[in-house]
Design a protein. Structure first.
Length: 384
């Protein structure tokens, strides 16, 4: 079955068994990054570069706290987003997004709240485009529970929650395995989001679920999601350069497993970065093994906190500019996966500098060269 014609979809997910779920990072790490393996039904197929969608549920403790704050019991009947009857308790666990607060939820809450709600004028003052930055400031680090605790009494009928809150939606994770090696499973690499804001410990909805309540043997609804814009070159001998710090390394594990399993001859160069080598080197043994058996031609690592001066993947790229340029001139494909906010921009700038240096040309001409790479699908991004 091709990845474009999946039987299981976002609205009809597959109830997949959790086969493996362990922490990749060391106890001393500031992060918790997990390796996860989920079972696939026969016929479910993916291609390296694809993602897996995982549908999480809210924590029981959060659901209870919301029910308590709203003075509801949980057995109240509600009509869900598809007008299907459900209990409030189940809807709060599986259908309503009670996590990270959105500006939209604050606006809707302020609109339906009775005048007696404390601080209602303040909430109303956050509406509209002109007040966007103040509203952003208010919702930052807050969840729905904060809103109904700080401004209680706004919800008088359980059904109103479907006006105020959004749907609980799946989260996407880059696939970290190749079916050539693991026909019946999909692997992924998940960083568990945890933070402390406004006097409470918080966690990401889906990564928190995977980190806390997804023991081996339990099940989770999943679906495979094709990404035609992140693909290995068709010519198996074409060299590839992969830049994947942190969980950004996931699709490159898939690429490498694929090329290894099929005995493909193209050269592979991986840049990996994290905070510390001792605690954060994800899949260290596997990648070092690939270096030994020749699957990886080069493995360059950047551990930012291992020395006083921070070193990132783009610094490693800069150190090897001539070699990078030589690979590009040999037709190499260049891939970036991971953090969209800073890393991808810094890597792109370094790539532009590499081109300008290699071609001995102006920044404008380097940009044209990069645009050509994009047109030829030789520069592909999967950033989030
Ligand atoms: C195509 C694609 C591929 C992806 N691949 C991967 C992957 O391979 N591995 C991976 O781990 N993730 C990946 N992601 C990200 C992933 O989908 C989720 O967004 C991520 O796991 C967080 O989701 P969550 O439900 O755990 O957190 P959510 O409940 O969505 O919460 C995350 C939000 O919490 C808030 N937050 C986080 N930290 C803080 C803080 N310190 N202070 C205040 N607020 C904070 C932020 O607003 C943040 O947006 C990918 C995303 C996409 C789109």
């Amino acid at each position: 079955m091709s990845t474009e014609t999946q039987k299981y979809t976002r609205n009809n997910p597959y109830e997949s068994k959790m086969l493996v779920n362990y922490v990749l990072t060391d106890r001393d790490s500031e992060k918790e990054t997990r390796h996860i393996e989920l079972a696939l039904e026969e016929g479910m197929a993916y291609t390296p570069g694809d993602a897996v969608g995982i549908q999480p549920t809210n924590r029981d403790s959060e659901v209870e706290a919301v029910l308590k704050a709203l003075n509801f019991k949980g057995d109240e009947k509600v009509l869900d987003f598809f007008k299907k009857e459900d209990t409030l308790d189940n809807a709060l666990r599986t259908k309503l997004h009670i996590g990270k607060l959105t500006r939209g939820s604050v606006n809707s809450y302020a609109k339906i709240a009775p005048e007696s709600v404390p601080g209602l004028d303040f909430l109303k003052s956050l509406a509209g485009q002109d007040n966007k930055s103040r509203a952003e400031e208010y919702v930052w680090g807050r969840e729905f529970l904060d809103l109904i605790t700080e401004h209680p009494g706004g919800i008088t009928d359980p059904q109103q929650l479907f006006t105020v809150l959004q749907r609980l939606t799946p989260r996407m994770y880059s696939i970290a395995s190749s079916q050539a090696k693991h026909p019946d499973a999909v692997h992924t690499t998940v960083r568990v989001v945890r933070y402390h804001t406004h006097s409470r410990d918080r966690q990401g909805l889906c990564s928190g679920h995977l980190g806390e309540r997804a023991d081996e043997g339990s099940t989770m609804p999943i679906f495979l999601h094709a990404n035609a814009n992140f693909r290995l070159p068709e010519d198996t001998e074409t060299p590839v350069i992969m830049v994947g710090p942190g969980t950004g390394v996931a699709p490159f594990r898939s690429f490498l497993q694929h090329r290894q399993a099929h005995g493909q001859k193209g050269n592979n160069w991986l840049f990996f970065g994290e905070q510390r080598s001792a605690s954060d080197f994800l899949y260290k043994q596997e990648f070092e093994g690939m270096l030994k058996d020749g699957t990886l031609t080069r493995l360059d690592t950047a551990f930012s906190r291992d020395q006083t001066k921070k070193i990132y993947v783009q610094d490693r790229m800069r150190e090897s500019r001539q070699e990078l340029w030589a690979w590009l001139e040999r037709g190499a494909y260049f891939y970036v996966c991971g953090d969209a906010s800073r890393m991808a921009k810094d890597v792109e700038q370094t790539l532009l500098d590499t081109i300008a240096d290699g071609k001995d040309c102006s920044p404008e001409h380097a940009q044209e060269y990069l645009n050509d790479l994009k047109k030829q699908k030789r520069y592909q991004l999967d950033v989030y």
